[in-house]
Design a protein around this ligand. Sequence first.
Ligand SMILES: Cc1cc2nc3c(=O)[nH]c(=O)nc-3n(C[C@H](O)[C@H](O)[C@H](O)COP(=O)(O)OP(=O)(O)OC[C@H]3O[C@@H](n4cnc5c(N)ncnc54)[C@H](O)[C@@H]3O)c2cc1C
Length: 223
Amino acid sequence: MDTYQLQILEKKQVTHDTYSYKVEKPGGYRFQPGQATELSLLKEGWEEEKRPFTFTSLPSDDFLEFTIKTYDDHEGVTKRLGDALPGDKVEIGDAWGAIEYKGEGVFIAGGAGITPFISIFRDLRQKNKIGNNELIFANKTNDDIILFEELKTILGHKFHNIIEKQADSAYDRGRIDKDYLKGKINDFKNQHFYICGPEGFMKAVDKALKDLGANPEALVFEQ
Ligand SMILES: Cc1cc2nc3c(=O)[nH]c(=O)nc-3n(C[C@H](O)[C@H](O)[C@H](O)COP(=O)(O)OP(=O)(O)OC[C@H]3O[C@@H](n4cnc5c(N)ncnc54)[C@H](O)[C@@H]3O)c2cc1C
């Protein structure tokens, strides 16, 4: 497998614990929206600690972008990335398939599980093909919603938020279960379902969708 050592060009805060990193793009580097790569931070002692992250830029951009949620509660790669600055270097490998757009449907994301869908939605918007795609995005609080404004602009009323742990949230409240999905979705048979999030979220949504007659495309993001 090829590896590429690349400089971080820009770092922006996206939510209280999530940053986007604009990174140099190697000449000829290719990926598809939804794909990921193994990334490590080139700081002493961390070079071999590779973790999977999804490209959130477009294949046609002349840079790469990652959108990464940091976990400050333990000494891991994401905590280090939270401290990283432009000029620091990362190493990535080739792109590998995680989730792929196969046609219109319902995207269901939990937390940082939104990242493969960001790239897919940006790509569809660029091609003017957002169509009837819908997004259900589950988070703990309103402040955890990654790229709310951009997703709202792309999807309009087809963007549904559900919030678990904020009593005064104006969005739907609670967790995604069978009843919630039945209230949001009319057709379980003739469209695609794309799901991505932490393991427990994935299991629950996958089961609810199957019980309702759907055939979901699943990607587990273990955090
Ligand atoms: C295909 C794929 C694509 C992904 N894309 C993205 C993305 O684009 N953006 C994104 O934000 N995330 C993404 N993820 C999730 C991301 O890979 C993880 O968040 C990341 O690997 C966590 O790395 P970490 O080193 O910070 O923590 P870990 O690898 O979880 O932990 C590092 C070390 O700390 C220990 N540890 C773990 N939890 C604790 C704890 N609570 N207290 C003490 N020690 C602990 C572990 O045992 C381990 O030794 C993706 C995952 C997959 C599978």
